[in-house]
Design a protein around this ligand. Structure first.
Ligand code: SAM
Length: 281
């Protein structure tokens, strides 16, 4: 095996998703850097891998980097794995990858499972452009600030969430994005209780609060980007439309603004409805 740091993805639940190459690389490496030695033991035993293991996370001291560096200097190879999925994706490894690259050693990916991509692939919301946000802040205020900053994003948003915070997070998402925004709850992917549910944020929030089982396990939340009809109005047109809609029925207001601006009546009407729903009107 060529010398270098191998960044190896491991399954996110179902060991059947371990790639043959991942097993080979872990068996043939001189050293495996793992996030948690006890956690990785199960996977390594399952695949009869007896390569020496060391603990590594991004706060590990210089000795850990030194040990990995000397193995590479001797022409050896080191594999990096995290507890599950792809290392560095909301997992340790960033500092190590930079350290190793900066010293001129090769860093090679061994791709495999990643909860964000697995969830996106079955979400049923647009996949052409997306933004991976990882974990939201745990505190209500900071979480809402982050979500408010994302409210106008036209692209699909992907979040990781802890089960004990899913209820509160969905509530914050309703505040920031409105209850009609389409979203997907992807829970326990590839495991026994796998659940993929698409609906409005209000429906998902109800689903989670009605069934405490939905507040267990590992969860990805995907939120569709801001709908197009709500995107493309500039601030003056939006203000005029909203003001007119206080004096006229929504259809009339949309028709008047369409006459004045050349914009499509349907787009203006949809925009008005969405704004009214967002404002609870
Ligand atoms: N590096 C991992 C990856 O590639 O997906 C993510 C690690 S991060 C510490 C753990 C989070 O990933 C969980 O809290 C959850 O949001 C998500 N996750 C991991 N496995 C999952 C699964 N089987 N189903 C749903 N979400 C999962």
């Amino acid at each position: 095996m060529d010398s270098g740091l191998y960044v190896v993805a491991t399954p996110i639940g179902n060991f059947g998703d371990m790639s043959q190459r991942a097993v080979e690389v872990l068996k043939n490496a001189d050293l495996i850097a793992v996030e948690d030695t006890r956690h990785s033991q199960r996977l390594l035993q399952f695949f009869s891998i007896d390569t020496p293991v060391m603990a590594y996370h991004d706060h590990s001291d210089e000795r850990a980097l030194h040990r990995i560096g000397s193995c590479l200097s001797d022409g050896g190879s080191v594999a990096l794995v995290s507890d599950a999925g792809t290392p560095l994706i909301s997992d340790p490894g960033y500092r190590l990858v930079r350290h190793v690259q900066d010293r001129g050693f090769a860093v090679r990916p061994v791709p495999g499972a990643c909860a964000a991509i697995a969830a996106l692939s079955v979400s049923g919301v647009p996949t052409d452009r997306f933004l991976f946000e990882g974990f939201l802040p745990a505190r209500d205020g900071a979480r809402l600030n982050r979500l408010n900053a994302l409210a106008s994003e036209p692209v699909t948003l992907i979040f990781y969430e802890a089960p004990h915070r899913i209820d509160a997070s969905l509530q914050s998402m309703i505040k920031a994005f409105g209850e009609t925004r389409e979203a997907v709850l992807a829970r326990e992917i590839t495991k026994l209780f796998e659940t993929i549910k698409r609906g409005s944020l209000a429906e998902l929030s109800q689903f989670v609060s009605d069934d405490s089982n939905q507040q267990r396990g590992e969860i990805v939340v995907i939120v569709a980007g801001k709908p197009k009809g709500e995107q493309e109005l500039d601030a003056d047109v939006s203000a005029l439309l909203l003001r007119l809609s206080q004096e006229l029925p929504a259809k009339r207001a949309a028709a008047v603004v369409a006459d004045c601006t050349g914009l499509r009546k349907k787009q203006l009407y949809d925009y008005l409805l969405a704004m009214k729903q967002d404002r609870g009107g």
